[in-house]
Design a protein around this ligand. Structure first.
Ligand SMILES: Nc1ncnc2c1ncn2[C@@H]1O[C@H](COP(=O)(O)OP(=O)(O)OP(=O)(O)O)[C@@H](O)[C@H]1O
Ligand SMILES: [Mg+2]
Length: 204
């Protein structure tokens, strides 16, 4: 079972959005997926409760219970666990990243997100866990996208070639317990998420 965590110390960077959409894209691509929501805000859990589909499974767990939940998921023959995390999860963050195969750090192309990226990088580098960046909620065709790529490249981690654009489809889909690949299967947002999942799979 592959394990991916979405991590950033910055609130609102897109962790939960990317986690749930990637989970559905992976499910649609044939994976047996569990989303593990370790954030006390329970955003992914609320999304899971609003869903009419049974898959992907959404489990709620404190960071201290993560290893046990991942163990159960493996016994249940899940092939992919996607872990959503709380912002400012500093002590728990180390525990979480040590439990997974790949950490995805979402970063909006804004000064505040870029400034916060370093602390997530410090956590993954200290734990020795592979990590990648994904540019999230990018204003369409904005010059900040390329600027952000240049700045993040200095950390020496891979950056997803696909950018996730700021699109209403993401928030609309989530509001109805869906993902963009279900809400507008042929839409641009769905295409971005499928590309992201295909690329993440290649990183593991
Ligand atoms: N690509 C996108 N297009 C449109 N809206 C987006 C996109 N990504 C995120 N958002 C919106 O931005 C807000 C924050 O996103 P999200 O909840 O995924 O961030 P988060 O990192 O999980 O936040 P927190 O740190 O509070 O858990 C949400 O309202 C979400 O709908
Ligand atoms: Mg969240």
């Amino acid at each position: 079972m592959l394990k991916i965590a979405f991590l950033s110390q910055k609130g609102g960077s897109g962790k939960t959005t990317l986690a749930v959409h990637t989970a559905v894209a992976a499910h649609e691509a044939g994976e047996r997926v569990v989303v593990v929501d370790t954030d006390p805000q329970k955003s992914a859990t609320v999304w899971g409760e609003a869903r009419s589909q049974d898959y992907p499974i959404v489990a709620t767990a404190a960071a201290t219970e993560l290893l046990r939940v991942l163990d159960v998921a493996k016994q249940e023959h899940m092939t992919l666990a996607i872990v959503d995390t709380a912002p400012h999860a500093a002590p728990d963050a180390t525990k979480i990243v040590r439990a997974v195969d790949l950490v995805v750090i979402p970063c909006r192309p804004t000064a505040f997100d870029i400034a916060a990226a370093g602390s997530a990088v410090d956590i993954v580098k200290a734990a020795g866990v592979p990590a990648v960046f994904v540019l999230s909620a990018c204003p369409f065709r904005s010059p900040e996208i390329a600027e952000t790529r240049t700045i993040l490249a200095e950390y020496g981690l891979p950056i997803a070639p696909v950018e996730i654009i700021d699109r209403r489809a993401f928030s609309r889909a989530v509001a109805s317990g869906r993902a963009v690949t279900e809400f507008e299967s042929e839409g641009k947002a769905a295409g971005e998420i499928r590309s992201l999942w295909n690329w993440l799979k290649e990183q593991m």
